[in-house]
Write a protein that binds this ligand. Structure first.
Ligand SMILES: [Fe+2]
Length: 341
């Protein structure tokens, strides 16, 4: 875990890193705190500790924030949309542009990224436990109602409800573009979805008696997300507002949320020392050994290079992040611009 200082400018500065290894192979639990340092040994230990934190964060980002919370959970929405709604249905037409290419890219990901022995397992820190991590996070954490941006920010402690603040939320960290920009986009999507839904559904009875729509929502909850079918938090679909809220969440996840976790990947992580995908060696203080320590003191930079991804892991990750960060040539934009006459 990493402890940050929230500066008066509203940005975060790392103060300390605690690395922990649970008891394993008869060895007791090990843990140690590292801090930024000015002495030669401390500087290199901090860099190695930092590589470990970033490798964990990189794995979580790829498997939970990116794959699970966007690509993966959207599949049941797409399948139900195609199975239950006519292509002429207004909700089918509203959703369609947001679902383009998701099934195709998920199929490609299953072939070479998240498959057993694939790029994620061989180049990212969770290794062969990658899919297990993903499925545990889905089981323990994922809730449809908390994928709405305001609820997501509150759940993660990044905002508190405040009826007097813009968007009804006060941010815990002011310099947080995902929240600041995201809430503008969230509001624009919500306004667009409200106008659209209210045009077709002038009262709640039209939502309740739309058999295609009800079958669509039932399939998403009880078949696509069948493992969670008995969860009490699934929104009801009885009113036009229910429909607006459900659709706004789906459109947000597949546009704003998706863009923020996907398209910046090469910029942030293409240069691997800034964000290594894996830490291959333990910190030299973890299992004290005179020879290891002597070698570390003499050539600390070699210890950091051994810890960083290997050449093949680094170049593979760079190539993949470059491809993932590429925009579709026929991309369409959501705009938040409003014109007042
Ligand atoms: Fe993606």
């Amino acid at each position: 875990r990493t402890l940050f200082f929230l500066t008066p400018e509203g940005t975060l500065r790392p103060l300390a890193i605690e690395l922990t290894r649970p008891p394993i192979d008869g060895k007791p639990q090990w843990k140690q705190v590292f801090q930024p340092s000015w002495n030669a040994t401390g500087v290199w230990l901090w860099r190695i500790a930092r590589a470990h934190v970033l490798a964990h964060d990189s794995g979580y980002h790829q498997l939970v924030s990116h794959w699970l919370r966007t690509h993966c959970v959207t599949e049941p929405y797409i399948i139900a949309t195609n199975r239950q709604l006519s292509v002429l249905h207004p909700i089918y037409r509203l959703l369609h542009p947001h679902f383009r290419y998701t099934m195709e890219i998920n199929a490609l990901a299953r072939e070479s990224l998240i498959n057993s022995g694939g790029i994620i397992e061989t180049s990212f820190s969770p290794g062969k436990y990658s899919m297990e991590l993903c499925s545990i996070a889905y089981g323990k954490e994922w809730r449809f109602d908390q994928e709405a941006l305001p609820a997501d920010l509150i759940r993660r402690g990044m905002a508190v409800e405040d009826p007097t603040a813009a968007h009804g939320l006060r941010l815990t960290i002011q310099d947080y573009p995902f929240a600041n920009d995201g809430l503008l986009i969230w509001d624009a999507i919500k306004e667009w979805v409200s106008d659209y839904v209210n045009h077709y559904y002038t009262d709640a009875s039209l939502v309740q008696t739309d058999q295609e729509l009800q079958a669509w929502w039932t399939e998403i909850r009880t078949v696509g997300h069948g493992d969670k079918k008995d969860e009490p938090w699934w929104p009801e679909l009885n009113t036009t507002q229910d429909l607006v809220d459900i659709l706004t969440t789906m459109l947000w996840v597949t546009s704003g949320h998706y863009a923020s976790v996907n398209f910046g990947q090469y910029t942030y992580a293409g240069y691997f020392p800034n964000r290594p995908t894996i830490a291959r060696t333990n910190v030299p203080t973890e299992d004290p050994d005179d020879a290891v320590w002597k070698r570390f003191k003499e050539k600390p930079e070699e210890a950091l290079l051994r810890c960083f991804p290997s050449q093949i892991q680094a170049t593979t990750a760079m190539a993949v992040l470059d491809i993932l960060s590429t925009h579709s040539p026929d991309e369409e934009y959501v705009t938040t611009l409003k014109f007042r006459v």
